[in-house]
Design a protein around this ligand. Sequence first.
Ligand SMILES: [Zn+2]
Ligand SMILES: [Zn+2]
Length: 399
Amino acid sequence: MRAVCWKGKTDVSVEHVPDPRILNPRDAIVRVTSTAICGSDLHLYGGFVPTMEKGDILGHEFMGEVVATGPGVENLREGHRIVVPFAIACGNCYFCMRELWALCDNSNPNAALAEKFNGYPTAAAFGYSRLYGGYAGGQAEYVRVPYADVNHWKIPAGIPDEKVLFLTDIFPTGWMAAENCDITPGDTIAVFGAGPVGQFAIRSAFLQGAERVIAIESVPERLAMAEAAGAEPLDESQGEVLERLKQLTGGIGPDACIDAVGLEAHGHGPVDWYDKIKVAVRLETDRPIALRTAIQACRPGGIVSIPGVYAGFLDKVPFGAAFAKGLTFRMGQTHVHRYLKTLLERIEAEDIDPSFVITHRVAFEEVPDAYAMFQEKKDGCIKVVIDPAAEATRKERPQ
Ligand SMILES: [Zn+2]
Ligand SMILES: [Zn+2]
């Protein structure tokens, strides 16, 4: 089969690799009908995630049709159309029993490796390094889904792939980020970063009853997409984000702040240089620029919700301000399984059409270019969907 393989820093290629096989009784094999490139794939692409190996198959946002099941999978059969959550959960462990699916401590065969980094193992994920289990990803024609009886949601016929594909990650991630804000009517929510997760956080915040959402972002087309959802755009490149957020909220600050940027934030001035230098000499791992501002901006007693990914040690986090203001922090990988039923119902009720976020549709051959385009935020790129069955049609990109 064909698959998108990681070759090294900023190097991916489409290769012919062996088809996946059933290895365990609870496995299923899925023929992928749609898959997407995620912002967190860019952390792999940029070489920020350790334990990647040449030839690893990428991709954790995918859906398709079941073509084979192991003897332990009783609730799926050939022909079923499913979406698959990015985090792999076993369904039986302490964490899965409490619906903390992304914390499953059974799905990662490299638990000892994960423990070394984080003290405890957490759930494995598709296409996301040895550290996250070393499972092949779904940017491929076929994929093996472990614990398939638990890791799927069936999609009825008649709903196009593009409306449900993002149930695998970014829609539930934006939804959980908003849910973590305990939104009550009249609330103002600030969303830092209007990439794909930020866009879903904005729409989810409105669906959960927010009165106002302020979107902080510097890329014009992302601001425009946020504005189309009813958010108030705050162009981060104009500076003075903190002051302007205060002005917009009568001096009090947003009720909750969502950091949908994560560890690769870009900032301005001396603090930005500080982070870049400290990361370069390995005295710091993450650049928490959005997080710092979110903590400073949030109103006393408010909530800071963090769907953006952090990996290690953070400097100059204004924890004193967080303490003084009595802030609540909520964060972590998304418990996707929890939200699939509710969010599919929202899509069926036409409360939201998640395909709004797609800016590019590509064939396999175009994927290496698409990664580069997405990383450089060129050509208005916000979200790329790959159709494994499509033939390449786009011309060579102008350099
Ligand atoms: Zn993702
Ligand atoms: Zn589990």
